[in-house]
Design a binder for this molecule. Structure first.
Ligand SMILES: Cc1cc2nc3c(=O)[nH]c(=O)nc-3n(C[C@H](O)[C@H](O)[C@H](O)COP(=O)(O)OP(=O)(O)OC[C@H]3O[C@@H](n4cnc5c(N)ncnc54)[C@H](O)[C@@H]3O)c2cc1C
Length: 384
């Protein structure tokens, strides 16, 4: 079983070997303790950077390796395939989302300041859209930024922010023009987390992804300079919309890598475990279930391959990316449930990796846009 969508690409195979080695040496020996602690250590970011596993598709000019998107997206997938979902999600936010907002919308100064340090892990990035009162409905955000002669003063609160505890800076969405309704009037700011008025709330306790730090963030009249605006003032939603296909593709690919992992361990388990004098794998129920799951996996792999090709050509539209995210995350959660069932009581035990894969899967249908919002976007396109 291999999670790569292009097993013939030699560079991807080599990268997979690097990821596997990194996971074995730097993550596996400590992961359970990190999960208990609810956070992995800050220096893992520097180790990821030193191993060349951060932001690899950033141009060399900004410290990156100029790899293609498929190579870059392989990294969180490889970490998920090793069942270290907490590291994969943090890395994906940093490398696949935050770095690309800066690359695509940042000024030359912003790119030169942030990107090389993101590649090494010296700076960790987060993105803060969600608020206690606004998740799916981002148009309802209450965080405000008011302009004065020195810059912008940001006030408000965010929640559920991945990398929130470790982040050195946070791309923060705030209303800059509260008079306009709808999607206009929101801007994005690069907020340094060491400035006065910024504070982190709790590292939130979650159902799964225990060692991924997820936080509340507070902005109490945080003054940022004019140069902290990312992209154009009042056009934050447009930036968000342009970056969403990549974000959703990353989540979908991750789901497929998790499915590959679950199929592998479940196939092995049902082939060994016996009941009523025969292997679990010999019951027709098991065989049919596994056959259906394998079909689902294959279908999703085919869709992801198409999406990767479209993305490489700059043609992955919002509706197709939403289909991919919806399809793969729903299939991942279904598979997690079916596979855990085939492990019986052992599947519910923490020491069996399927239990972690099950708990980590559930969020996939929620973050990066819920399944319902994905369907809404697909339907809008269908009826437009
Ligand atoms: C572990 C984790 C990490 C996260 N990381 C980040 C991060 O790094 N940055 C960030 O900004 N956010 C992050 N989020 C937030 C995440 O993106 C939101 O939780 C998600 O968008 C849903 O918003 P909500 O929780 O407010 O749910 P709500 O929007 O309140 O939705 C509740 C329910 O109503 C449904 N619903 C809402 N609107 C509609 C509609 N129009 N039609 C049909 N159904 C609808 C939803 O689908 C859902 O089932 C994270 C969340 C978690 C749990």
């Amino acid at each position: 079983m291999n999670y790569s969508l292009n097993p013939d690409r030699e560079d991807l195979t080599l990268l997979q070997a690097t990821i596997e080695k990194f996971c074995e040496n730097e993550i596996a020996p400590h992961y359970e303790v990190w999960e208990e602690n609810g956070i992995f250590p800050r220096d893992l970011w520097n180790k990821l950077g030193a191993a060349g596993l951060l932001c690899i598709d950033i141009p060399e000019k900004y410290g990156g390796h100029e790899a293609d998107a498929e190579m870059a997206l392989t990294i969180p997938c490889g970490i998920t395939y090793a069942n270290f979902g907490s590291v994969a999600v943090g890395l994906s936010v940093h490398s696949d989302i935050v770095a690309h907002y800066i690359l695509n919308k940042g000024t030359e100064d912003q790119k030169l300041h942030f990107l090389p340090k993101m590649v090494t892990g010296e700076l960790v990035g987060a993105i803060a859209m969600t608020e206690p009162g606004a998740g799916s409905d981002l148009q309802g955000i209450q965080t405000r930024a008011k302009k004065n002669k020195d810059g912008w003063v940001i006030s408000g609160a965010k929640t559920f922010i991945t990398n929130g505890q470790h982040a050195d800076f946070v791309i923060t969405a705030a209303k800059t023009n509260p008079d306009v309704k709808g999607s206009s009037g929101v801007s994005l700011f690069l907020v340094n987390t060491s400035v006065d008025g910024f504070s982190r709330g709790r590292n939130l306790e979650k159902l799964g992804l225990h060692s991924s730090d997820t936080s509340e963030l507070f902005f109490d009249e945080v003054l940022v300079p004019h140069s902290a605006v990312l992209g154009e003032v009042d056009q934050g939603f447009i930036t968000l919309m342009t970056e969403l296909p990549r974000e959703r593709l990353a989540l979908a690919l991750n789901a497929v890598a998790a499915m590959d992992f679950m199929m592998g361990i479940t196939k092995e388990y049902v082939s060994e475990r016996k009941a009523f004098g025969q292997q679990i794998a010999e019951f027709q129920n098991t065989r049919f279930k596994m056959a259906k799951l394998q079909t689902q996996l294959r279908l999703n792999r085919a869709l992801m391959k198409e999406c990767l090709e479209l993305f490489a050509e700059g043609k992955l539209d919002a509706a197709t990316a939403s289909m991919a995210k919806f399809s793969a995350s729903e299939a991942q959660c279904h598979m997690a449930d079916e596979c855990l069932q085939l492990f019986g009581g052992y599947g519910y035990m923490k020491e069996y990796p399927i239990s972690r894969a099950y708990a980590d899967a559930r969020i996939q249908k929620i973050y990066g846009g819920t399944s319902e919002i994905m369907l809404e976007l697909v339907a809008r396109d269908l009826f437009s």
